[in-house]
Design a protein around this ligand. Structure first.
Ligand SMILES: Cc1cc2nc3c(=O)[nH]c(=O)nc-3n(C[C@H](O)[C@H](O)[C@H](O)COP(=O)(O)OP(=O)(O)OC[C@H]3O[C@@H](n4cnc5c(N)ncnc54)[C@H](O)[C@@H]3O)c2cc1C
Ligand SMILES: *[C@@H]1O[C@H](CO)[C@@H](O)[C@H](O)[C@H]1NC(C)=O
Ligand SMILES: *[C@@H]1O[C@H](CO)[C@@H](O)[C@H](O)[C@H]1NC(C)=O
Ligand SMILES: *[C@@H]1O[C@H](CO)[C@@H](O)[C@H](O)[C@H]1NC(C)=O
Ligand SMILES: *[C@@H]1O[C@H](CO)[C@@H](O)[C@H](O)[C@H]1NC(C)=O
Length: 498
């Protein structure tokens, strides 16, 4: 049988390398719900994994960028949402480089911590005396904190290696456990206050340094989970930067680079469907219904990635006819208000009779019921190269963070005069608690959810990490590559691999 002999090598070849040359067809259409940094990064990584053939739709109900947005004031633009990026945020760094965008650094002006009556700590304008001053004030706490946080950051950085080697995780718990083992689980199980007390930090240091930083970044005090707390403290060191022209430029850039089509519309429901093709296997699809300016419409997709916080008050998507049903998402988000004010600070409100003596560019606050603001800082325009530690101009743009909208009376207390005010309310970030619980990543066979990882910590970089994980996960699950999903002891394995 000469025919069989000729076929044999081919059959052998097929038997030897099946998973790599998967017999499954590529998906033809993928939907990403949300055009924030999570959704745009997802589009970018999905294109990278699935190649040129797949059609990518990004469904966005408002503007690209989501929680990255700018407000215009007096001829300049200012970040009103996510603003600073840490030097070790490697995905964000890569995007900016890849897209040919420019960055501006924040050298940071002197800051103080106000408790409603007085400043409990003030940096001087001369940075060389700040270190001895801090040491005197808080003993060895600042130094010990750097060491404590460094260990956590080192473990966190493992994600880049895992993702570079194509590994994905099917749950947020597994992802975090693969990075930091039980240490990370323990951090997520307690508040930053508890964790730092146990680690031997003084209560004064926690109240006057750690809590004000949490209030600034998340509008919540030292009751947040210790993971977000430690990561934030680690990320708030020097070298912070942002994207020149506005961080949201990364989102439009990634979507353009991914050759994804943006469809303006609000996704209202998703429903699984099975289409029976004549002669072929039935095809499983998702019917996505969205509301556009010309009414309700929709389309079907092989894979759907949701990159917007789910919940009635958030993305509000109805999951129809799933078996088992997809449970409601009851994970609360914290409302905060950003107020940009072009005006002169009322320095006597902060106890300075002489405005000339006031040199602070950022005011953090302790957890005090007397206070109606979380923080206040001089905000550089997005086109600018930072305040460079210079003295604040008598009249400049200040950014105020508060949990309630500021009243006219409150504005008149904070500012001795002002000419323009702009307010932006946000459902900004998760309301953190401990022990922290996570929503799933895999909602259904080919339906994925990115924003659960925000419950560990909310930041642009976290959304980018979740996006790459979802793209890898979708790819491996589509092709049945189970060896790249949920590997235990990856850190040890990769030590020996290359
Ligand atoms: C005031 C503030 C300050 C911050 N500061 C920082 C910072 O300094 N550094 C940092 O790293 N992070 C910061 N963050 C956090 C950071 O901005 C967010 O973690 C990140 O931008 C979240 O991106 P995302 O794409 O996951 O979600 P989002 O940006 O919320 O994107 C979701 C998108 O989905 C769209 N959408 C929602 N529902 C639907 C629907 N049904 N159909 C279609 N579209 C829908 C929305 O319009 C939105 O565009 C800050 C956030 C806020 C609010
Ligand atoms: C964290 O808490 C959960 C319950 O909320 C528990 O199951 C788990 O064992 C805890 N893990 C650690 C490391 O403390
Ligand atoms: C669709 O949008 C229109 C106007 O934006 C609104 O009146 C209508 O109620 C929306 N429909 C649904 C089903 O959400
Ligand atoms: C969410 O969607 C449901 C169904 O479309 C609708 O009845 C409800 O009013 C929406 N809720 C909010 C808060 O928009
Ligand atoms: C400034 O703050 C002081 C102290 O709180 C307050 O008495 C005063 O009314 C405020 N406004 C102006 C314009 O000085």
């Amino acid at each position: 049988m000469p025919g069989l002999r000729r076929l044999l090598p081919l059959l052998l070849l097929a038997a030897l390398c099946p998973p790599a040359l998967s017999l499954r067809h590529e998906p033809s259409k993928i939907a990403v719900v949300g055009g924030g940094i999570g959704g745009s990064a997802a589009a970018y990584f999905l294109r990278q994994k699935f190649g040129r053939g797949v059609q990518l739709h990004v469904l966005e109900k408002a503007a690209l960028g989501g929680r990255l947005d700018t407000l215009d004031m007096e001829g300049d633009s200012y970040e009103a949402g996510g603003s600073v990026i840490h030097p070790v945020n490697l995905h964000m760094k890569h995007f900016v480089k890849e897209l040919g965008l420019l960055s501006t650094t924040h050298e940071g002006s002197p800051s103080g911590v106000y408790n409603g009556e007085e400043f409990v700590f003030e940096e001087s304008s001369w940075s060389f005396i700040n270190r001895p001053k801090k040491l005197w004030h808080y003993g060895l706490n600042p130094l010990r904190m750097s060491m404590w946080v460094e260990d956590i950051l080192d473990k966190f950085m493992r994600i880049y290696r895992f993702q570079m080697h194509d590994y994905a995780f099917s749950s947020n718990e597994r992802l975090l456990h693969a990075l930091g083992g039980d240490d990370f689980t323990r951090l997520l199980n307690q508040t930053i206050d508890e964790a730092m007390q146990k680690a031997g930090f003084s209560q004064k240091f926690i109240n006057q340094v750690v809590c004000p930083v949490m209030r600034f970044a998340y509008g919540q005090g030292a009751g947040v989970n210790a993971f977000v707390g430690a990561l934030l403290v680690g990320w708030l060191e020097s070298g912070l930067w942002s994207v020149k022209g506005g961080n949201k430029l990364v989102c439009s850039g990634l979507i353009y680079s991914a050759k994804a089509e943006v469809i303006p519309g609000t996704v209202v429901s998703i429903e699984p469907k099975t289409r029976h093709k004549r002669g072929g296997d039935p095809v499983k699809l998702y019917e996505v219904t969205y509301n556009t300016s010309s009414g309700l419409t929709g389309d079907t997709y092989d894979i759907v990635v949701i990159a917007a916080p789910l919940g009635r008050k958030m993305a509000n998507i109805t999951f129809r006819n799933f078996d088992p049903p997809i449970p409601e998402f009851l994970y609360p988000y914290k409302q905060i208000f950003i107020t940009l004010v072009h005006g002169r600070l009322n320095t006597s409100f902060f106890g300075y009779r002489d405005p000339q003596a006031f040199h602070l560019g950022a005011i953090f606050t302790t957890d005090s019921p007397k206070l109606f603001i979380n923080s206040l800082n001089l905000e550089p325009p997005v086109g600018d190269t930072g305040t460079g530690g210079k003295l604040p101009l008598p009249s400049a743009v200040w950014k105020v963070f508060s949990n309630e909208e500021l009243t006219k009376e409150q504005l008149n207390l904070l500012f001795s005069s002002y000419d323009s005010v702009k307010v932006k309310p946000w459902l900004a970030y998760p309301q953190y608690s401990a022990p922290e619980k996570f929503p799933p990543i895999v909602l259904h066979e080919q339906l994925y959810y990115l924003n659960g990882l925000e419950r560990a910590a909310s930041a642009m970089e976290m959304s980018a990490i979740a996006a790459r994980n979802a793209a890898l996960l979708a790819f491996h699950r589509w092709h049945g590559h189970s060896a790249r999903v949920d590997q235990e002891d990856l850190h040890e394995k990769l030590k020996t691999e290359l």
